[in-house]
Ligand binder design. Structure first.
Ligand SMILES: CC(C)(COP(=O)(O)OP(=O)(O)OC[C@H]1O[C@@H](n2cnc3c(N)ncnc32)[C@H](O)[C@@H]1OP(=O)(O)O)[C@@H](O)C(=O)NCCC(=O)NCCS
Length: 207
């Protein structure tokens, strides 16, 4: 998904998996790592549906990560501040959130963000798993998401969660990028919309 508005700069804060420092979206780099990376002992993550009381904190998290309150995804403008969301609590704090919309046959993940300090703690995985469980309970056949071509961390994360690319809208973002706008992840220009989906196994009928 792509932010809308006068700039496509993403002030998203990502956490370095080597040293733990936070890094700006454009300064971030990808790196191959092996099993040497530390396995952290972390408190349990609780995922639940967001309430009215969570709304402001969720909107602030999305605003911080995406730099916008509105995004374009699947050819539509969507508000990040509205609509249902799942939230992840860690130590009683908001650690991450997933905004979604219900379509005819799919749950559409509109946005997903983990607070930088809790990245690589399982928060994103728990949020996506709960979105998939919700979709199954609603008898929806799939969950869908779209990322911009530069968002390699998201493309990696979703494919690790079992998502497959269903469509690439080449050049979809070019008309949205104003001249001189900051580039995306690692300085890569956002150009294309990459749609991903996961087909869900139907819930077994109770015996
Ligand atoms: C993409 C994003 C949502 C992933 O969220 P996350 O909370 O870091 O995801 P997870 O912690 O579930 O998984 C990330 C990695 O941490 C690892 N991890 C999970 N728990 C861990 C632990 N206790 N110790 C060490 N590593 C752990 C996972 O195995 C996974 O790594 P792998 O796939 O290489 O095996 C997050 O990086 C983010 O908010 N990015 C910015 C916004 C964005 O781009 N959103 C997506 C587009 S809307």
């Amino acid at each position: 998904m792509a932010p809308t508005g006068s700039s496509l700069g993403k002030p998203s804060v990502l956490r370095c998996s080597r040293c733990g420092k936070f890094v700006d979206w454009r300064e971030a780099r990808l790196q191959v790592v092996c099993e040497c990376r530390p396995k952290l002992e972390l408190p349990p993550v609780t995922v639940r549906e967001a309430t009215e009381r969570d709304r402001e904190a969720v909107a602030n998290l999305f605003l911080r990560d995406f730099g916008r309150t509105k995004i374009v995804a699947f050819g539509e403008v969507m508000s990040l501040a509205e609509g249902p969301a799942l939230v992840a609590d860690l130590n009683g704090e908001l650690a991450g959130a997933l905004g979604y919309r219900l379509r005819e046959d799919a749950l559409q993940i509109v946005a997903l963000a983990t607070e930088a300090e809790w990245q690589r703690s399982g928060v994103g995985g728990h949020l996506v798993a709960e979105a998939e469980a919700l979709a199954k309970r609603l008898r929806l056949s799939k969950t869908v998401f779209c990322a911009t071509n530069d968002n390699l961390p998201a493309l990696y994360f979703y494919q690790r969660c079992g998502y497959v690319i269903s469509e690439v809208v080449v050049g979809a973002l070019i008309p949205l990028v104003p001249p001189g706008a900051p580039s995306g992840f690692a300085g890569i220009p956002p150009r294309d919309e990459i749609r991903l989906e996961k087909t869900l196994e139907p819930l077994e009928a109770p015996a």
